[in-house]
Ligand binder design. Structure first.
Ligand SMILES: [Zn+2]
Length: 297
């Protein structure tokens, strides 16, 4: 498998945690930290057009409050997963019941908006606790993308104990030895160029390379505020260069659910160490040995 997972967090503009509140705010541009959604909406339009043009099926992790304000038609043809209701930090939510209530509302909102139950989850701020991950299957969610992983030649996603497939965002070192994550954040802030990400992707021989960004970051910089038309065009051009460059490396654009299916297919057909000794569960990857191979006595 050589998959490129283009993932986009569809959430409130330049979100920031608000102390004492579960709900996130937006960076203060002179009118306080109340959540704003207009950059997110404009960025979604730009990305949807770009993905159309490049024939990319992406995975959007949609925060419920943002999704309710979004024209869901722009997400058609893409996968839509869960990203909380109000961009909650799940590691600060006390008690399983409250986490369940948030996940239930988030899942129902996605279902209502796009007509399909979500199959994947990314925790806001990339901060997920094990309790939250463990409860995802209760909501029909079998994929989590809330973690980072060390960049390597093999990035085959793995199942965790909770029967959730972990499709992490890679991070590694750039040519100068500085830490780099496959979140395009610094590129949107004019601190990195497309070549940094292409160099990073070129390391992978097999697996799923996950690129991540935010809709609002197409038109608004965290540090500089709203982008000028020229800036936004340069920004979009850089995103295009990253995506085209990675596709030129023969990585196939795939949604997270595509990756899970492909993995299950490979497992079903792969020989088990040359000799067929049992049946491998396509979902958990665990091997149920045939009776002959079970330990005697
Ligand atoms: Zn987010």
């Amino acid at each position: 498998m050589r998959a490129l997972c283009v993932t986009v967090d569809l959430d409130r503009d330049v979100n920031i945690p608000i102390p004492g509140s579960n709900a996130a705010g937006s960076a203060d541009r002179g009118n306080g930290t109340a959540p704003r959604f207009s950059s997110s909406e404009r960025g979604l339009s730009l990305l949807a057009d770009l993905f159309d043009e490049l024939s990319i099926k992406a995975t959007f992790f949609a925060e419920a409050a943002t999704l309710r304000r979004t024209d869901a038609g722009k997400l058609s043809g893409h996968e839509v997963g869960v990203h909380g209701v109000d961009h909650e930090d799940f590691t600060l939510i006390k008690g399983a019941d409250e986490k369940r209530a948030i996940l239930r509302e988030a899942v129902d909102t996605v279902k209502d908006a796009v007509g399909k139950p979500p199959g994947c989850f990314r925790s806001p701020y990339m901060k997920a606790d094990q309790e939250t991950i463990d409860m995802l299957p209760e909501f029909g969610i079998r994929i989590d993308s809330s973690r980072h992983t060390e960049m390597a030649s093999s990035l085959i996603p793995k199942y965790t104990d909770s029967r959730v497939l972990d499709i992490p965002v890679p991070e590694g070192r750039d040519a100068g030895g500085k830490k780099i994550s496959a979140y395009l954040w610094p590129m949107h802030e004019s601190k990195r160029g497309p070549e940094d990400y292409l160099r990073m992707a070129s390391v992978m021989e097999e697996g799923a390379f996950v690129i991540a960004t935010h809709t609002w970051h197409m038109v608004e910089s965290r540090e500089r505020g709203l982008m000028s038309k020229d800036e936004a065009e340069r920004n979009a051009d850089n995103v295009r260069k990253v995506l085209e460059g990675i596709m030129d490396m023969d990585m196939r654009p795939s949604t997270m659910t595509d990756v899970r299916k492909e993995l299950a297919d490979e497992r079903r057909t792969a020989p088990l160490g040359g000799k067929v000794i049992g049946h491998r569960d396509p979902v958990t990857g665990k091997i149920e040995l045939f009776d002959d191979n079970k330990k005697k006595g």
